[in-house]
Design a protein around this ligand. Structure first.
Ligand SMILES: Nc1ncnc2c1ncn2[C@@H]1O[C@H](COP(=O)(O)OP(=O)(O)O)[C@@H](O)[C@H]1O
Ligand SMILES: [Mg+2]
Length: 274
């Protein structure tokens, strides 16, 4: 089969798969290290815990972290001859990451654009996602090949933007807003992560990276503000040990803030109201 025909066949498989997925959210940011993967992983776990069938697609090909964050690092993607079977984290949550195709954990993926686009297309066309209520996509920072490919292929998807409060992060996430606008990718809203730290000794709030910048930016750009999540060292510790923090520690300040964000997303996307 020539290449053009192969691509057309693949387009058909992409369409067929996407028809079975109700809500598709791409978690994006301008910068790395702001908590995208943490949000994407916890969002997928939280939705699946509420009884929705969910998928988590990690397209951060150079820095795939989701398997580690879910403590399923050693799982591999298997093939049934025709399609790839995603990793089953639980009955309601399926996961795909390039990390599950690499033989060595520390081996870098050194690929240019076309190769990256090719594997992302396969992750959508050839993975047996079946019926999903939600597909959450974790992307690398910025507006490069990976989010571009996903946004172009996954018709009907929407963006969830993550930023930290300081100007240096906001200036980059504004680019993500313009990127989404250019691609006609609706924005569900923006999350301000690492928004203040409660001192464990005196319980006063320390605004390590300032606070409130995400809300101000959302207001000025007419985007929904989804909420702010404080800094909490237990989030980092949980991430390192593969425990989805926010569903486990629902009553912490960060847990309460996160769960309100999830409820807002469900409300906006499923129940169609605000
Ligand atoms: N609110 C928070 N408080 C403390 N640590 C956090 C918080 N959010 C994320 N982290 C930690 O910050 C690091 C970067 O987060 P990550 O989700 O990998 O960011 P990104 O995907 O944007 O690069 C991780 O170690 C994560 O555990
Ligand atoms: Mg990440």
């Amino acid at each position: 089969m020539d290449r053009e025909k192969q691509m057309k066949e693949q387009d058909k498989r992409i369409d067929r798969n996407l028809k079975k997925i109700k809500h598709k959210l791409i978690v994006m940011s301008g910068k790395g290290g702001v908590g995208k993967s943490t949000m994407a992983v916890n969002l997928a776990v939280s939705l699946s815990g509420k009884g929705y069938s969910a998928g988590l697609l990690d397209v951060d090909l150079h820095g795939p972290n989701t398997l580690k964050m879910l403590n399923i690092e050693d799982e591999k993607i298997i093939s049934d001859g025709q399609s790839m079977l995603p990793i089953k984290y639980s009955d309601n949550l399926k996961v795909i990451s390039i990390a599950a195709l690499l033989d060595q954990k520390d081996a870098p993926v050194i690929w240019r654009g076309p190769l990256k686009m090719g594997v992302i297309r396969q992750f959508i066309a050839d993975v047996k996602w079946d019926d999903l209520d939600w597909l959450i996509v974790d992307s690398p920072p910025g507006t490069g090949d990976e989010p571009l490919t996903v946004a172009q292929i996954m018709k009907g998807s929407k963006a969830v933007l993550v930023t930290t409060p300081q100007e240096i992060s906001l200036m980059d996430v504004r680019k993500s807003v313009h990127f989404s606008n250019k691609l006609d990718l609706p924005i569900v809203g923006i999350i301000e992560n690492m928004s203040g730290l409660i001192c464990p000794h005196c319980y006063k709030k320390i605004n390590l990276f300032k606070s409130g910048g995400g809300k101000k930016m959302a207001d000025s750009m007419k985007i929904d503000f989804l909420g702010s999540i404080p800094l909490d060292e237990k989030i980092m510790e949980s991430t390192d040990s593969g425990i989805p923090y926010f569903t486990r520690y629902k009553d912490s300040a960060a847990g309460i803030a996160f769960n309100e964000i999830v409820d807002k997303i469900i409300q906006n996307e499923i129940k169609g109201g605000k």
